[in-house]
Design a binder for this molecule. Structure first.
Ligand SMILES: Cc1cc2nc3c(=O)[nH]c(=O)nc-3n(C[C@H](O)[C@H](O)[C@H](O)COP(=O)(O)OP(=O)(O)OC[C@H]3O[C@@H](n4cnc5c(N)ncnc54)[C@H](O)[C@@H]3O)c2cc1C
Length: 478
């Protein structure tokens, strides 16, 4: 397994194809470091005996110790451990752990390459297993590039006036394929070793050139990573763990990129585009049942702290709001547990989370995210929005006033109150907050997408039978 230092050194060796602030930058740019530090934690903690059980497991193909983020789930316990690991790591980094994306992509590919080979006699699964061994042995990180730019949402890929609005195969050669198009919103693409490309939706036969999945090094010729980073407001003296972590998302452009056959995992088998999109969404939404409860934990912890500092912790409305937060976070986590416990073994050996529980969990998180921020806003009062700059807490002319007038409950030092509200200001009113809120709705699929999957997968007929039986319309429940 790699050390965090090795991961960072390997990034520095990559060809510069990240674009930020109007120029091409290398992967040691100071803004990228916000996301790099998050990923580096996943290497660092794997070496820490306290976290080893969570972060280290055995490869089912080589028997070697590997980082859990490179593992293919083989049992319900694997899924439970992944969920627990994600919740824990998100506490440590104060938000999205990001590395789950690549893990969910390889899990989905392990299932779908197997199925496509069975249906078409292709070699995708064999190639995928070789790639997986390389991925695990080198302890790689991958961004999952699923979301196409999509153009007019009411049109299928082949119907778009510009044929490049979904990533497509433009040429096949003896050596591989050439792809063109763009994916957007791709988290960690600018500081991942690899980019794994998956279809974003179900396709028809006319869309077969868009039914494509592959993995490439993130600095492959023709790949352009147009990136923006969300990060907390920089601190001057009042340093804290949360200030060093952020997230970079990229527009990933594929300008006629060559992919060798051994790294192609779907190429024109259009009926499986939707199957792959669906499996990735299922694994990824299961990961969300780990990270979204962690976001709730952060909001809940901040709500408890500020209520104490404000002297309102024992008020009935505060208790009610705190319990509301517990209900959101723990129900989403419980959905992930239920999904793991009732998961099924695919013939490829991969353990597949229960699709109903992952989707009800992810939807529940998505529809409540703004309510959770609303609760913290309500309990915190207005100061997160109007807190003076840190400089005024440092300037000897204004410092004594601020230290006197920021005081709240007796016995709480002014510095702690200042720390609490600066953290709340970052949590409620910063650019990073806006990104986290939109991610809370759309990341991993908007609630409407979970509703589509639930409506398509749920056995409504079974429920109708119960009503028919109880109403005397049918004689038994069988
Ligand atoms: C912070 C963040 C990080 C992300 N990270 C990643 C990542 O790492 N990898 C990745 O692949 N994706 C990522 N995503 C993308 C995420 O999955 C998408 O944002 C989500 O799937 C919605 O797609 P969209 O943004 O294109 O919105 P749209 O699809 O444009 O949705 C906008 C609205 O239009 C509706 N709509 C869209 N199409 C139709 C239709 N045909 N019929 C009816 N209604 C329709 C939607 O329901 C929604 O209400 C990320 C998103 C965010 C915000």
């Amino acid at each position: 397994m790699r050390t965090p230092e090795e991961y960072i050194e390997d990034l520095k060796k990559m060809k510069p194809n990240v674009y930020m602030e109007g120029k091409r930058v290398s992967r040691d740019h100071h803004l990228l470091m916000y996301g790099i530090r998050v990923i580096a934690k996943t290497f660092e903690l794997a070496m820490d005996p306290k976290y080893k059980d969570l972060l280290v497991t055995k490869s089912h193909i080589t028997g070697q110790e590997i980082n859990r983020f490179t593992h293919i789930a083989q049992s319900p316990e694997d899924l439970l451990k992944k969920q627990e690991m994600i919740r824990k790591l998100c506490h440590i980094t104060g938000g999205c752990i990001q590395r789950c994306m690549g893990c969910d992509a390889i899990n989905a590919l392990s299932v779908v390459t197997y199925e496509v080979d069975k249906a078409y006699g292709t070699d995708y699964h064999k190639n995928f297993l070789k790639y997986l061994e390389y991925f695990q042995k080198n302890d790689l990180t991958a961004a999952a590039a699923q979301t196409d730019v999509k153009g007019d949402r009411s049109l299928r890929p082949h119907q778009q006036p510009d044929p490049d609005l979904y990533v497509r195969i433009v040429k096949k050669t003896d050596e591989g394929i050439i792809v063109r198009g763009a994916k957007n919103h791709i988290t960690m693409a600018a500081y991942a070793d690899e980019i794994i490309v998956l279809p974003t939706r179900a396709m028809t036969e006319k869309d077969k050139d868009y039914a494509v999945a592959f993995a490439i090094p993130a600095d492959t010729e023709g790949v352009k990573l147009i990136t923006r980073v969300a990060y907390p407001r920089p601190r001057k003296e009042l340093h804290c763990p949360a200030e060093v972590y952020g997230v970079g998302d990229s527009f990933v452009v594929f300008d006629d990129v060559f992919v060798p056959w051994e790294r192609v995992f779907l190429c024109g088998e259009w009926p499986y585009a939707g199957v792959l999109a669906h499996h990735f969404a299922n694994f990824h939404r299961h990961s969300y049942t780990g990270c979204k409860p962690a976001v709730t934990d952060i909001i809940l912890g901040a709500s408890v702290l500020v209520s104490e500092y404000n002297g309102i912790r024992d008020k009935p409305h505060v208790r009610s709001r705190l319990v509301e937060l517990v209900c959101v976070g723990e129900l989403v986590y419980a959905a992930g547990i239920a999904s793991a416990v009732t998961s099924t073994k695919h013939p490829s050996g991969t353990q597949i989370p229960n699709v109903i529980y992952t989707n009800v969990g992810r939807r529940h998180a998505g529809v409540h995210i703004y309510r959770e921020y609303e609760i913290l806003t309500e309990l915190a009062g207005g100061l997160p929005a109007t807190l003076p700059y840190e400089d005024e807490f440092i300037n000897p002319e204004t410092k004594p006033y601020l230290e006197k007038y920021i005081k709240r409950k007796e016995g709480i030092p002014a510095e702690n109150i200042h720390r609490c509200f600066r953290f709340l200001s970052d949590t409620l009113c910063s650019a990073l907050t806006g990104v986290s809120q939109v991610a809370g709705v759309h990341g991993g699929g908007s609630p409407i997408m979970e509703e589509i999957i639930i409506a398509a997968s749920y056995n409504f007929g079974e429920k109708k039978k119960i009503a028919e039986y109880l109403a005397g319309i049918r004689s038994s429940l069988d």
